[in-house]
Structure formats: structure tokens, C-alpha cells
Design a protein around this ligand. Structure first.
Ligand SMILES: [Zn+2]
Length: 200
């Protein structure tokens, strides 16, 4: 997402929050690992784009909120580094994810990016079969549904079902006109019918 563009007052509040152990613990308490997923899941407030939102406090009588994974980045690399990064991209296509860099299994999560690179990656993945970018609930609806599930103490199987719920109506179409409903069992590498070589 685009850089935070925080005001000076908000930056002061952010630096204070990062240095305050109670605030950091409050942030960490809203994150949760899940069996079967290398992401670190946000369970707090969610933005219109499906990103986590973390309340820092008040400035001039107004609530100051930052995108949660940007708070995570500043916690790890500092406010100056956060300000220098034009875009933080989710290689896992999971806007709730708070894991920075690459997981031990090699999957990418929140990483440095640029507007051009982010747009290029989105364009390259948005037509992929079973991608979360095609969830019928939209990014916010998907994120809120999963966030609510995680707040209720979901298991890994519950999460897997919730991740697929919005994809069941997505259909994989090929240029001959046939379509195939998305099913979790078809992943990760469904085969095109012999007569069709190009999925669209
Ligand atoms: Zn992730």
C-alpha cells in the first residue's frame, strides 16, 4: 500500500508507541499464527482494503491509526526506514498478514516494493486459478470474515475452509468456453482439459 504519509504529530505518536512496551504488547496480542499457514494473522480492526488497523492514540483530539503491518515494519526496522519505503507489498496476497520478509518455508510475506512493482505483481497474479485476489467477498469482506473467525478460536481446518469460501463461485475458464468451478482439492496445480491449453 502507499506510504503512510503521517503528519509530524502522528510520527511523534508512532515513535512513542514503538518505545512503549505496553503498546507493543497490545499490537502483538492482536496477531496470531495458524497451523497450516506461514502468515502471521491480524485479528484487530480492518481497513476498507482489508489491511489491519492499529490505534496509536489521540493527537489534537483525533484518533491516530496506522496500518498494522506498517507498525510491524517500523517496530523491526525503525520509523526512518518505514518512511523511506514507498510501498510494502504482500507477496502472500494476504492483507492481514503481519509477517515480514520470507518465512522458513520460502514463502514471501510483507516485503519492500514500489508502486510499479506492486502493480506488476498484482496484474500477474490476479487471474491465477484460486487466487485470493478473486474472492467474491472482496478484500475487505474476506479479511473481516477471516478476522472474525480467528477471534473465535478457529482451527487450521476452519481457516482453510474460510479461505476457500469466497472462491467457490470463482470459475476457471478456458478459451474454448468451458468453465471449471474452483475447488480446494484442485489446487495447487489443476490441469487444463487436453483440448485447451490456455486458461483465461
Ligand atoms: Zn503472509
Amino acid at each position: 500500500m502507499p506510504r503512510a504519509g503521517l503528519s509530524n504529530a502522528s510520527l511523534v505518536l508512532l515513535r512513542s508507541a514503538l518505545a512503549d512496551e505496553q503498546t507493543v504488547q497490545r499490537y502483538r496480542a492482536k496477531t496470531r499464527p495458524m497451523p497450516g499457514s506461514s502468515c502471521l494473522w491480524w485479528t484487530g480492526a480492518v481497513s476498507a482494503r482489508g489491511h489491519g488497523r492499529f490505534w496509536l492514540g489521540e493527537s489534537d483530539g483525533r484518533d491516530v491509526v496506522v496500518i498494522a503491518h506498517r507498525f510491524a515494519w517500523a517496530l523491526e526496522f525503525g520509523v526512518e526506514d518505514l518512511q523511506s519505503v514507498p510501498v510494502l507489498g504482500h507477496r502472500c496476497d494476504n492483507p492481514l498478514c503481519q509477517r515480514l520478509g520470507t518465512a522458513p518455508d520460502g514463502s514471501g510475506h510483507v516485503q519492500r516494493s514500489s508502486p510499479h512493482e506492486n502493480a506488476r505483481e498484482w496484474a500477474s497474479r490476479r487471474h491465477a486459478y484460486g487466487t485470493p485476489l478473486r474472492d467474491s467477498r472482496g478484500s475487505r469482506g474476506r479479511a473481516r470474515a477471516i478476522r472474525d473467525l480467528l477471534r473465535g478460536g478457529a482451527t487450521g481446518a476452519d481457516l482453510a475452509a474460510a479461505l476457500g469460501a469466497g472462491l467457490l463461485r470463482a470459475r476457471r475458464s478456458c478459451r474454448c468456453g468451458r468453465t471449471t468451478p474452483w475447488t480446494p482439492a484442485a489446487l495447487p496445480s489443476p490441469q487444463a482439459p487436453a483440448s485447451c491449453s490456455t486458461w483465461i
